[in-house]
Design a protein around this ligand. Structure first.
Ligand code: IPM
Ligand code: MN
Length: 348
């Protein structure tokens, strides 16, 4: 028997609903395998903040560190000032646990509808840097609320931080069919950071002789993402470009309802965290309207990360089959109904 300690952060809005279905599918996938997930639920998010003013205490963080992996639903609520939970909870987890790889695969499953007229075969993965860039909170505001206000958000890019995520992206590419990395940045304007990224890719690439690479500016990358997304295999980019590009990636490949992600600490100096790319969608919270597929796919990524590739494949196949079936039936289902359907396919 293998036991994993799983920290569950359901969070805000639709988080608890989609996480319930993710756990349902995790149970279905591990049934009878001897693999056991011991879950600890963490009360974090808007409710906790309103009650105590706390976002993520040192004690919470220490307790979470005692786990092997984390499953997160969604963070963010309109009743909390923008940035409080995002920075104080979600980004704090990513930073404190050194989850420097934000892994965001995109695949257009047969039956899934793309807004593109001719999407082609979409199967790429964005390796988004997770601990640096403009996200670090390095900046400030002067003369606030005056006509002379000045605000800065200084992007921090370290050779160490860039090199480790670039190397990870190349290693991902080396394990894929097309073995191709596209660096996305804006080195014609952001010359300091951009050239650090470019030189780092040039330095790391020779370690992976089978992997080819090219470069696109972020603006051009958004064009290719809409005109020819099948051109991409592995994209490596900074935190903010990756944030934007992965929403576009989700949109062209069947929607945000299917976009899964892993915040991975490859060095395993802290637990990795798996979460749907979508937000807390407070407008539909508690109504059983959210699609839990992205959370279920995040569970698949978690299983894969833990070395259970066959179980991960089973879970992903269930979502793919459900996508095909749903296209035919046209049924509108509740969150739990989708979870039940996926769990049944995983068991079959
Ligand atoms: C995401 C989200 C977060 C991010 C926000 C909520 C801080 O948009 O996971 O993509 O920008 O990383
Ligand atoms: Mn985002």
């Amino acid at each position: 028997e293998t036991t994993y300690r799983l920290a569950v952060v359901a969070g805000d809005g639709i988080g608890p609903e989609v996480v319930a279905e993710g756990l349902k599918c995790l149970a279905a996938a591990t049934e009878g395998t001897g693999i056991v997930f011991e879950t600890t639920e963490f009360d974090l998010g808007a409710k906790r903040w309103h009650a105590t003013g706390e976002t993520l205490t040192d004690a919470d963080l220490e307790a979470i560190k005692g786990h092997d992996v984390i499953l997160l639903g969604a963070i963010g609520d309109p009743t909390v000032p923008s940035g409080v939970l995002e920075r104080g909870l979600l980004l704090k987890l990513r930073f404190a646990l050194d989850q420097y790889v934000n892994l965001r695969p995109s695949r257009l499953y047969p039956g899934e509808v793309s807004p593109l007229r001719e999407p082609g075969e979409i199967d790429f993965v964005v390796v988004r840097e997770g601990t640096e860039g403009p996200y670090v909170g390095n900046g400030g505001a002067l003369r606030v609320d005056t006509p002379h206000e000045i605000a800065t958000e200084v992007s921090v890019n370290t050779r160490h931080g860039v090199e480790r995520v670039v190397r990870y992206a190349f290693s991902v590419a080396a394990g894929r069919d097309r073995k191709h990395v596209t660096l996305v940045h804006k080195h014609n304007v952001l010359v300091h950071a951009g050239h650090l990224w470019r030189r780092t890719v040039e330095a790391v690439a020779p370690e992976f002789p089978d992997v080819t690479w090219d470069y696109l500016h972020i603006d051009a990358a958004t064009i290719v993402m809409t005109t020819d997304p099948s051109r991409f295999d592995v994209i490596v980019t900074d935190n903010l470009f990756g944030d934007i590009l992965t929403d576009q990636a989700a949109a062209v490949s069947g929607g945000i309802g299917l976009a899964a992600s892993g915040n991975v600490n490859p060095d395993k100096t802290g637990p990795s965290m798996f979460e749907p790319v979508h937000g807390s969608a407070p407008d539909i919270a508690g109504q059983q309207k959210a699609d839990p597929s992205a959370t279920v796919l995040s569970v698949a990524m978690m299983l894969d990360f833990l070395g259970h590739g066959e179980l991960a494949a089973k879970v992903e196949a269930a979502v793919a089959a459900d996508a095909a079936a749903k296209a035919e039936s046209g049924l509108v289902r509740s969150t739990a109904e989708v979870g039940d359907a996926l769990a049944a396919r995983i068991r079959a």
